[in-house]
Design a protein around this ligand. Structure first.
Ligand code: XMP
Length: 514
């Protein structure tokens, strides 16, 4: 394992991903972890991330010198670089030598371990206030900028390396190459890690954890739960039962996708609960978005727990495990705890016995999203599931502005299916993060179709581009694709006589309308 020591901000996750892209397994540890504990993990190398502090700030995270004396190769980036410099006797000044953003870097030592084979002038991403003016003894300065005399250094003998910039961001044009040089040349690590190993390893671990007991898994139709379920299915076969709640708010073909494609690909036991009536009844007369979300969430838990209860009552070994598709970013963001947590089911709402406790099985908790997709592919799940764009849990219920009824859902399903079909045909699925299709059910406008006046509803297209859904921009889609979608929706979907495009970024607009 390569450890990425997290000094705050969001850099550590990105670095860990880049290391894995270099086919080397990485894990993130907090900078507060004692060095002895880090070394006990037998890391093949350690990377020190950037962070928001100044090394001079009071209470700024520090590092025990022992980390550099253990014979483990270390690569410091940005804050990690400055810490390395000050800890080992170099000089870092707070002299106003700030650099932010894209910066030209001059490589001053050709053939260095990190910069071998990269251009003498390259663009790097800087974000720092303090600057290193003298490298520690025994180190060679390998690069500089107009502002910073020591922008990179290395001590090949001790296998210690550092750069002032952020090689992990794409704006650093040779960043990935430099990271790989550290891993392969500096630390002598072979690039052998693949998601293939993950499948084998997880299958063995799950078998050990679950033993002869049974497990259940909720399927949402999304990527994470499908891949987690498929992985557990591969490990324990018929000891797993998957539960899918059909709340009637899914898009066209999605329930069938789970019922047929998922089962065909995995052979899993699937219990589909048809709860459409129940959800429609609960949503009758409700237009307020928050109220809709609450109702859908509440009903979902009730139905899911009822299904659990039924499975618990079936003959067979004890049902002791609940499978969840938790991903590595969730784990890191929630404090990165190790070990398996026990959760108590919400017995107060669904009528489960008080003493039911499930142990969690979370086979994806070390993986990033793109890796989860790779694992899904390896497990033979169809692209329609593995490459699926994000879709909200409350489904089409929050894409009908106004009351949710069966007729409106059917209408929206048709319009949405047309938009998805045309976006796929135009090859835009990867470029577009997601494209909510929204029915303004309480709005009517006048139109003309054939020889007659119409008085129908508008459909909104909301194509967005995003990296993480926290911010988003509306996608500048080709007009001819928009035209085709508009023509088809107004021709093919009864009661819709107008298609409009949402050209709002996030913020101020959210991606969904409700
Ligand atoms: P907003 O509308 O907040 O959406 O900009 C951000 C992302 O989250 C998705 N989304 C949800 N996903 N349950 C989910 O699983 C929800 O209740 C929910 N609401 C929004 C949305 O589709 C977008 O990708």
């Amino acid at each position: 394992v390569v450890l990425v020591v997290d000094f705050g901000a969001q850099y550590a996750q990105l670095i860990a991903r880049r290391v894995r892209e270099a086919r080397v397994y990485s894990e993130i540890v907090p900078s507060s972890m004692p060095v002895a504990e880090m070394l006990a993990k037998n890391p093949k190398a350690i990377i020190l991330s950037g962070g928001p502090s100044s090394v001079y700030a009071e209470g700024a995270p520090r590092l025990d010198r022992a980390l550099f004396e253990a014979g483990v190769p270390v690569f410091g980036m940005c804050y990690g670089f400055q810490l390395m410099a000050t800890t080992l006797g170099g000089t870092v000044d707070d002299n106003g030598a700030r650099e932010y953003g894209r910066t030209p870097l001059t490589v001053s030592k050709q053939g260095s371990t990190l910069f071998e084979g990269t251009p003498a002038e390259q663009s790097v991403w800087m974000s720092h206030g303090d600057a290193c003016s003298a490298a520690p003894e025994g180190f060679t300065v390998t690069a500089s900028t107009d502002v910073v005399p020591v922008a990179a250094f290395e001590n090949d003998e001790k296998k210690l390396y550092g750069v002032q910039y952020h090689p992990e961001v794409l704006h650093s044009t040779h960043g990935q190459q430099i990271l790989e040089h550290f891993l392969y040349r500096g630390a002598g690590i072979e690039p052998t890690w693949t998601t293939h190993n993950v499948v084998e390893e997880q299958v063995a671990l799950i078998r050990e954890q679950v033993g002869t007991k049974r497990a259940i898994c909720g399927l949402s139709g999304g990527v994470d739960s499908a891949v987690a379920a498929a992985l557990v299915q591969k490990a324990i076969g018929s000891q797993l039962t998957c539960v899918y709640v059909d709340h009637g708010l899914m898009r066209k073909g999605e329930t069938e996708q789970v019922e047929k494609d998922f089962v065909a690909a995995t052979g899993a036991n699937l219990k589909v609960v048809d709860a459409q009536e129940r959800f429609l009844n609960a949503l009758a007369g409700v237009s307020d978005p928050e109220e809709k979300r609450k109702i859908i969430g509440r009903e979902f838990i009730r139905v899911f727990e009822q299904a659990q209860l039924e499975i618990l009552q079936e003959d067979g070994p004890e049902v002791a495990f609940l499978v969840q598709g938790t991903l590595y970013p969730d784990v890191v963001e929630s404090g990165g705890g190790t070990g398996t947590a026990n959760i108590k089911s919400h017995h107060n709402v669904g009528g489960l016995p008080d003493d039911i406790e499930f142990e969690l099985v979370e086979p994806l908790r070390k993986l990033f999203k793109d890796e989860v997709r790779m694992v899904g592919q390896e497990l033979g799940l169809p692209d329609e599931i593995v490459q699926r764009q994000p879709f909200p849990g409350p489904g089409l219920g929050i894409r009908i502005v106004g009351e949710v009824t069966k007729e409106r859902l059917d209408l929206l399903r048709e319009a949405d299916a047309i938009a998805r079909e045309e976006l796929t045909a135009a090859g835009l699925d990867r470029e577009i993060w997601q494209c909510p299709v929204v029915l303004l059910a309480d709005v009517r406008s006048v139109g003309v179709q054939g020889d007659g006046r119409t008085y129908g509803h508008p459909i909104v297209l909301r194509p967005v581009s995003s990296e993480d859904a926290m911010t988003a921009d509306w996608t500048r889609m080709p007009y001819d694709v928009l035209a085709k979608i508009s023509t088809r929706i107004t021709n093919e979907v009864a009661d819709v006589n107008r298609v409009v495009l949402d050209v709002t970024s996030k913020p101020p607009g959210t991606i969904e309308w409700e």
